[in-house]
Design a binder for this molecule. Sequence first.
Ligand SMILES: N[C@@H](CCC(=O)N[C@@H](CS)C(=O)NCC(=O)O)C(=O)O
Length: 323
Amino acid sequence: MRRINGVHLLGRLVSGDATTTTSTYRQLLRQSAVLRTCTGSNIRCFSQVANPFGSYDPSSVRKVAGNARFVSVTSSSLAEDLVNGSPRPSFVPKDVVLYQYEACPFCNKVKAFLDYYNVPYKVVEVNPIFKKEIKWSEYKKVPILMVDGVQMVDSTDIIHKLHQRIHPENSASNLEEEKKWLGWVDNHLVHVLSPNIYRNYKEALESFNYITTHGNFSFAQRIIAKYGGATAMYFVSKKLKEKHNITDERKALYGAAETWVDALKDRQFLGGANPNLADLAVFGVLRPIRHLQSGKDMVEHTRVGEWYTRMEKAVGESARINA
Ligand SMILES: N[C@@H](CCC(=O)N[C@@H](CS)C(=O)NCC(=O)O)C(=O)O
């Protein structure tokens, strides 16, 4: 993780080269992670919590208060309130832990959000066979995001709630378009992926090679999962094709990519000059397949590549803080 120097950050703000308040906020969050002292995960398990952001530690907040003040001078769009007389950004979590499968599209949606906003997070890779890492939770899927000890589930819900915390001033604005495309990601785009990445045995093996080398598997599980999983998913993907009325999987993938580019209507991002939640969701779910054969084909045969490259730049480095 690149460490942001406070003087450098101030210089950029004073010179007006803060790019966007969002990117400045992203830097502050990273810096706060470097400075924070509380490292215990202190897990409290709530599957349904009305206000998942109820707690914070003012002592850790005060450490970034100086930088937060610069933000308040530069922009009033970042919500702040006072902690013992010091302004603070409204969302400075101390401890964020993502329980995930590395190749899971929903988990990658959450990671795209955390990376874009530079919310530092630790990752716990869940073993998909035994799932002992999430035994403590009643929720049996991933992603699960723990924010200062409070559980959040469901990728779209997670990014919505986090976004509200970061941009409370936007919560009442008209986000119909963003909502529509977030729904499209969950109801259409993700269903096109499996038939593509397991399209034939060669691609199914390529996918499982990726899944098992990046996932949490013992040596024996890795071998069994790679060949057993590839074979099983090759057949399962045929069923999925039928279930989602897909006749030609590549055509469906290219169609989805083109539909997305059309939705951009010549804008840099669906969000305009900067990505919105739908941009982050589409990017997140496509990221695990980008370097598989299906992703390469998609970029080669559609217009999605330019937007994807812009997104890579916008999202930037991973904000993950454990190896
Ligand atoms: N709607 C959920 C879907 C999450 C989901 O289906 N995750 C899959 C992994 S990609 C899962 O955990 N499946 C259950 C399992 O692996 O046992 C979300 O958006 O987070």
